[in-house]
Design a protein around this ligand. Structure first.
Ligand SMILES: [Cu+2]
Length: 125
């Protein structure tokens, strides 16, 4: 069981998620709307010209991030607070699993180009 402070911190986030869930008409996965991005499955992240695109990522807890490196240098997707540190060779791609990541906001960066390659990952519940 977590402490009371941690619970309080999540209440506004959970309320927001509930509101968004209603606004979207629910997310029970029972109907196929033909919009793969809406089912919380995979989101796409690209490293290009030594920048993350997009820098602000939103993904569902339990979903995945498809990370592609379009540059001629190795990059990483490193979100320390989320316990993620994935290297991707030049021209390669990888799938980052968010199954063990709790909803919240996480700063991420490329550990090889920490000064210029940064972003924020929002994991929704
Ligand atoms: Cu890099």
């Amino acid at each position: 069981m977590r402490g009371g402070l941690a619970m309080k911190r999540w209440v506004p986030v959970l309320a927001l998620v509930a509101v968004l869930g209603v606004a979207c008409g629910g997310d029970d996965g029972g109907t196929d709307t033909g919009a793969p991005a809406d089912d919380g499955g995979a989101v796409t992240l690209t490293a290009s010209n030594f920048a993350f695109q997009p820098a602000s990522l939103t993904a569902a807890a339990g979903g995945t991030i498809e990370f592609t490196n379009d540059d001629d240098a190795e990059h990483s997707f490193t979100a320390e607070d989320a316990g993620i540190d994935e290297d991707v060779e030049a021209g390669d791609s990888t799938t980052i699993d968010l199954a063990d990541v709790e909803p919240g906001s996480y700063d991420y960066f490329c550990k090889y180009h920490k000064d210029t390659m940064t972003g924020t990952l929002e994991v929704t519940g």
